[in-house]
Design a binder for this molecule. Sequence first.
Ligand SMILES: [Fe+2]
Length: 342
Amino acid sequence: MRIRRTPITDPSAWTRAEMEADPSWRLPLEPRHVADIDRALGAVKARGLPFHAITRADFPLPEWDDLFARIWQQLTRGRGVALLRGLPVERYSDEDAHLLYWGIGTHLGDGVTQNAAAELIAGVYDRGQPFGGDVRAYQVSAELALHCDNSDIVGLMCLRQAAQGGETMLVSPLAIYNRILAKAPEHLEALHAGFPYDRKGEEGPGEPPIGGTPIPLFHTASDGTVSARYARSYITRAEQRRGAPLTPEQSAALDCFDRLAHDPDLLLEFHLRPGDIEFASNYTVFHARRAYTDHADPARKRMMLRLWLQNDAVRRIESDALRFGFTRFGNHGKTARELAAA
Ligand SMILES: [Fe+2]
């Protein structure tokens, strides 16, 4: 098993202070970018296209060339995250928001399904259930632990904020890698070897409820590129379903990771505001969210739209388990075209 033994020194291994001082990942939209959106949106609405039928050719955004280059640079060689600010989201219906969000996404990758219902854009809002068992994180208002989503790239678009709380938290797992390398390198082997992931009841007919291959938290590619994948609630669910806990070495390695992930020097925290769109590489940025309280008026409830994008070029990954073990089962991980052909 290949394990990188030298610190990661590129911009993907960031600290909170570095992110706060760095404007390169925050990208304000200009009027010309919004005008482009309005033109493209008008065209797809005139044709009556549902959002998932929109291709990149259907949604040209020529004024966004520079912006997409900067987003891509951040996702692949920069901070791993880009935050677009300033879309006048109050001007659009929720339906229009789906159309334009998908349209923007087509320029960065192929949208893939996110759940048993094969949703290509999932609404992230509180369903009023407690978090646990097979309930998924995007359905609750509780505080979430740091994790990545089950795709190459995750997008989050804020339509409405909570009355209170709901801050986004981001951390670089590669910065955590450096800390583990320095302080507790004995855990790197267990973190590379991987963990069983439950499928929270969303497996397809004939598929096992727990994925077969252990999924590495860290993977070191042949050129030394480290990529990460982690969602502890799925590992915990697998322990419960199997009735067998992790080994002491595995638990200690994950506990060490979790402890370092919440180091205030590493954890970046901010509010996604209405009209903000975040795109992040799931291999180099983990995310979480503070608990929140909604407005009493149901029409003002916190609402984020989530997009999962597939793009082979986002990262050099030589582990199918890390890339696909947690992303393709049941109705997860299918493009709109694959879904239509199924
Ligand atoms: Fe998530």
